[in-house]
Design a binder for this molecule. Structure first.
Ligand code: BDR
Ligand code: CA
Length: 308
């Protein structure tokens, strides 16, 4: 199985991403780190522990950056609620917060593993950028980085920027420049991972405590997506990044040139994907272009059914 670290900002879809990472038999979840994103770090670092505790998963969880490398944090309470996991009553997390920083936990995990470890990032890339900036010696220990963010098309936080890219575009630029294999899973594919009524029925039928908690999360998530975007079948972005590693055949990738806008007055955080090689630059990333939707959901449901 593939050893992975998940760096996240839960967040409803981050919660499902954590469960897919913990429950999928092809993955070995070694550690979880939290970053400020959808809501401030105090919530995301607690929420990560809550969703893992609900699922009976015992891995170290550490808190990382409270905000972007060089900007003010932008949050998304209108989608995820004031505490980041609107919907269910939140229990006290059984998992403690690891005393190490996210960078220290990632570094220790990379150094202790017998093979390179993949990092799946489902929030702004701040923690991953700090790791690569402060511990460049560890880059060879990272098998690859798979990130939910960006888009080959339009945005969801501004007309041309996706939320995770907009929050910390400098972090994305730093990670892209690191030379570590990088895969972007953007809105162009995650907008196909829709939480339809049939998906909710299948998930609830898993019958686990995790499934019941997840159903309350998805009810809230679909309601806010309907209010904000007019999409009652909310797009469950983050688990698609996990699926790239859990079930590679399920997400189609293209090797291409990826850059991010750092100075635009209207387009800050926009991802520029040069499929046609118009800029004459070397390809530097893999970009998701297709999703086997049924296979994706089957994997999510199966993972949730394996948890507590
Ligand atoms: C991304 O932004 C967050 O609100 C979600 O958790 C996801 O990571 C989608 O744009
Ligand atoms: Ca997220």
């Amino acid at each position: 199985s593939v050893p992975i670290i998940v760096d996240c900002d839960p967040g409803h879809d981050d919660a499902l991403a954590l469960w897919l990472a913990a429950g999928h038999p092809a993955l070995d979840l070694l550690a979880v780190t939290a970053v400020g994103g959808n809501v401030p770090l105090e919530h995301t670092s607690r929420n990560a522990r809550i969703v893992l505790s609900v699922a009976g998963v015992d891995v170290p969880v550490a808190a990382g950056a409270a905000g972007p490398l060089s900007r003010e944090l932008v949050t998304a309470e209108w989608i995820h609620g004031e505490n980041g996991l609107g919907g269910p009553d939140l229990p006290e997390p059984a998992l403690p917060l690891d005393p190490r920083s996210a960078t220290e936990l990632m570094a220790d995990t990379l150094e202790a593993a017998s093979e390179p470890v993949a990092i799946v990032a489902t929030g702004p890339l701040t923690n991953v950028a700090v790791l690569l900036r402060d511990r460049p010696d560890l880059a060879p220990r990272i098998r690859e980085i798979v990130w939910m963010g960006g888009s080959t098309e339009r945005g969801n936080a501004t007309p041309y920027a996706e939320f995770n890219a907009l929050v910390d575009p400098e972090a994305l630029a730093l990670v892209l420049g690191s030379g570590v294999r990088f895969t972007m899973v953007g809105l162009n594919v995650t907008h196909r991972a829709l939480v339809t009524p049939a998906v909710r029925t299948a998930l609830a039928a898993a019958g686990t405590r995790t499934a019941a908690f997840g159903d309350e999360l998805l009810e809230f998530f679909c309601r806010t997506n309907d209010e904000v975007f007019g999409m009652p079948d909310g797009p469950l972005h983050d688990p698609v990044a996990v699926a790239v590693l859990a079930d590679p055949g399920c997400v189609e990738l293209r090797h291409t040139r990826l850059d991010v806008e750092l100075t635009g007055t209207e387009t800050l955080g926009a991802t520029s994907v040069d499929f046609d090689g118009m800029l004459g630059r070397e390809p530097n990333a893999w970009v998701a272009v297709g999703l086997d939707v049924d296979r994706f959901w089957a994997g999510v449901v199966d993972a949730v059914a394996r948890l507590a």
